[in-house]
Design a protein around this ligand. Structure first.
Ligand code: FAD
Ligand code: NAD
Length: 394
């Protein structure tokens, strides 16, 4: 039997693994943690909405059949010519590889940014954001330094906006906890472009901006971060903002292992794939999710999203089966379902299947997409178990 290796237990890797398990094809999945976290919801616990427990599931709870071998290891490099990957804990050989190791932050070479900013990209980084802000509020109660209560979020794409929406609800609670006047808190969202959320249409962007502003977020567009120091952000205008919390949500690039191994990549380090999702360099390697450069109908690479990663993960298993059986593979085509951005716990904005939606309706639709992913992973029992955890942790 051919050896199939899946790297990464995110949206792409888990979608592929669940489908492999259902098809009863043996495979090994390697991930740096024993759990799969729900990245699409991480702004919620990072921004104080709930505890962290509901936001991950042990991989072994989902992949629990004899066909699945789960290895906890961190991959360090790829050796495609010898059909091997090298991890901290050992070497792994394969006949077919599914690369789904997600993204890395894009720092655009901005001096000091990598060293001095927090990120929101994994369960661990979400915990760091939350605990850092809590600590700054506790310190303010002791030293009254105003920079402790100034939080700068760099980038007003979907990640930045969703995080600010959550923080705007949480910070007043923290202020209450530490007996700090709420008007001392400053939550600043800096965006280099003339508008926030460029992927949404103008009316929805305006709604999002209006909601954020009403929640007390200072949204500043046309403000490019050019340098970051310890507790200081410098803008292209020369203005310097002193802040003890700097969170970078300014964009992503591919996991660097692909470029390091010499794969043909786009400028964001994403490996170029053909219409079947195979690397253009190696037909035994499929690349999916945030690490793949798949050209869409408009001639541009599709933006990295969980819905894309999930669909690629499922498709790749069909093509793998075809390849193993000497059958023709099928071309991948992305079924775009829409985009929804939550701005706190009650309001969302976005479009679903071409229809604009906002307010509570949009929030309900966002909840539905959460349930859909849980269904894919573990069926109704996982949905029920997680729902209980979500309710308990409110
Ligand atoms: P990931 O899901 O990131 O999975 C990669 C996996 O590989 C992880 O488990 C990681 O731990 C593991 N890994 C990484 N490096 C190594 C290594 N060297 N060795 C071993 N394991 C490794 N998209 C949407 O479509 N809808 C949304 O609502 C949405 N909301 C989002 C909200 C936030 C706050 C953020 C940050 C992103 C959001 N996204 C959303 C984007 C979405 O999360 C990503 O596009 C998606 O996670 C990509 O899936 P992936 O499988 O490529 O990578
Ligand atoms: P992004 O690239 O979409 O947005 C980053 C923002 O930062 C941009 O608006 C950019 O102009 C700004 N920026 C870049 N450099 C800057 C600078 N020097 N100073 C100030 N602003 C700067 O990144 P993201 O929001 O992390 O999203 C990454 C991917 O994940 C996207 O494909 C997105 O669709 C997806 N995502 C989806 C959702 C959702 O569907 N709800 C949520 C989060 C992320």
């Amino acid at each position: 039997m051919a050896k199939v290796l899946i790297l990464g237990a995110g949206y792409g890797g888990m979608a592929a693994a669940v489908k492999m398990q259902k098809a009863r094809i043996p495979f090994t999945i390697i991930n740096k943690h024993s759990y799969h976290y729900f990245t699409t919801l991480l702004h919620e616990p990072a921004g104080g909405r709930n505890d962290f427990d509901p936001y991950y599931v042990e991989i072994s709870e989902v992949l629990n059949s004899p066909e699945a071998t789960i290895v906890k290891d961190t991959i360090k490099s790829l050796n495609p010519s010898e059909k091997k990957v090298i991890g901290e804990g050992g070497e792994y050989s394969y006949d077919y590889l599914i690369f789904a190791l997600g993204n890395a932050p894009e720092f655009f070479g901005i001096p000091g940014l990598a060293e001095h900013s927090l990120l929101l990209r994994s369960l661990e980084t979400a915990k760091e954001v939350r605990s850092h802000i809590d600590e700054m509020f506790a310190l303010y109660a002791a030293d009254k330094d105003p920079a402790r209560l100034r939080i700068v979020v760099g980038g007003a794409g979907l990640t930045g906006v969703e995080l600010c929406g959550e923080l705007s609800e949480y910070l007043p609670h923290l202020a209450h906890k530490y007996k700090i006047p709420e008007d001392k808190i400053e939550l600043i969202n800096l965006e280099a472009a003339p508008t926030i959320l460029p992927m949404l249409d103008e009316r929805l962007r305006e709604t999002a901006l209006d909601v954020l502003t009403r929640k007390g977020v200072q949204v500043r567009t046309n403000e490019k971060i050019v340098r970051v120091g310890e507790n200081e952000v410098e803008l292209a205008t020369g203005e310097k903002i002193e802040a003890n919390t700097i969170i970078w949500t300014g964009g992503v690039r591919a996991n660097p292992l692909l470029a390091e191994a010499g794969f043909d990549c786009d400028p964001r380090g994403r490996a170029k794939v053909n219409e079947f999702l195979q690397s253009v360099n190696y037909e035994d390697i499929f690349v999916i999710g945030d690490s793949a450069c798949f050209i869409g109908e408009d001639g541009r690479p599709l933006p990295p999203t969980a819905q894309l990663a999930g669909q690629m993960g499922e498709h790749v298993v069909e093509n793998l089966k075809a390849l193993m059986n000497g059958q023709p593979m099928k071309k991948f085509s992305f079924n775009y379902m829409g985009t929804l951005a939550s701005i706190g716990s009650e309001v969302s904005v976005g479009n679903v299947k071409g229809f604009k939606t906002k307010g509570v309706t949009a929030t309900v639709l966002k909840e539905a997409s959460k349930a859909k992913w849980l269904m894919t992973l573990g069926g109704l029992s996982l949905v029920a178990r997680k729902n209980k955890q979500f309710t308990r942790s409110h």
